[in-house]
Design a protein around this ligand. Sequence first.
Ligand code: PLP
Length: 452
Amino acid sequence: MSVKNPQTREWQDLSRDHHLAPFSDYKQLTEKGPRIITKAQGVHLWDSEGNKILDGMAGLWCVAVGYGREELVQAAATQMRELPYYNLFFQTAHPPALELAKAVSDVAPEGMSHVFFTGSGSEGNDTILRMVRHYWAIKGQPNKQVIISRLNGYHGSTVAGAALGGMSGMHAQSGTLPGIVHIPQPYWFGEGGDMPEAEFGVWAAEQLEKKILEVGEDNVAAFIAEPIQGAGGVIIPPETYWPKIKEILAKYDILFIADEVICGFGRTGEWFGSDYYDLKPDLMTIAKGLTSGYIPMGGVIVRDEVARVVSEGGDFNHGFTYSGHPVAAAVGLENLRILRDEKIIERVREETAPYLQKRLRELNDHPLVGQVRGLGMLGAIELVKDKATRTRYEGQGAGMICRQHCFDNGLIMRAVGDTMIIAPPLVISKAEIDELVEKARKCLDLTLEALK
Ligand SMILES: *Cc1c(COP(=O)(O)O)cnc(C)c1O
């Protein structure tokens, strides 16, 4: 790649000589060098070459309130001056963590008023793995150890996160643990075959019951799922899926974990994906939108009955140096205040999400598009060779070609295989949605051209 700014090359050299990047093809990265992002404002990024890019992914699903919010900067600076660090171990606490725990439980579903803080979503799921097994042990059912998860789910990148997730590429690299089993995902477009979508949704849900019976109810601790799979490709389950899952969960004495790391804090137009689908989780993983990504923080929201049992169990031998970090907690508090006071989630629900969804679906007429789906501030565009049969461009890397065209034309869309996905900041305006959809159409044209 030729560069205009000599500094770009210097930074790319630093990348090659010194940096090991997360989730990257190292060979490719060394050859091409990374794109260097240098600043951001609102929903736009700038790279080191001076290109302005619409961030259709809110960073990595994080930046709910948009870039450049001075209030968050102030909240961090004020807290750093007052108390930059202290821990929550061994019977101490500090105001920001306690106040954030209250603020989070105020917006959490009814009956979920306890929060355990972590540094990330992955650490949240690690915490959950240990907490649910601990919970059953305290209740005198130590055999209840197995966690049922879904193929192509994403639950993070620590060992427990990778094992809970259903990504085969991660499992293959020391990413498995005993006691975690997987069932098929509710991905009709990719895996529904000849089944009508509604019927496929019921089938996919029934796989949970089948697995519970196979493992034995007495051995199952919990079922974990994202309300909408994010990293797997913005997979919106068929409408029949969650009602059937709820029916099955009601029949068996197992815990339900909703991984809300993406859906939480407004992405569906409700505070949580569990509110949108009326799920009744026992534990919810949070991160990303909690601080709008301005500073790392995650956590677990715990149903009161589970918190009560765990509280009676004495020592919980688990925690992180940065659990409830005061600066992160102060930023989280301010981020929640902004979401609430500016009625950002209401605006998503009533105004901008319906507009985004309507405009995105206009892309359905494009010859390369097999399906457009979306909900709230989430969207997916399936690239196909043949619409009627949902046939892909096998082995041609259509998604990666499209992603490159997007980047070159000032739009970030992510490619999951041949599924293009978006999750813009929640504050995106209607005019910016127009910009997003117009750029997406142009890149679909360029991709189709390249595939011929
Ligand atoms: C991103 C993500 C995680 C992991 O969060 P990290 O902060 O990257 O550890 C877990 N679950 C879901 C659903 C995610 O999208």
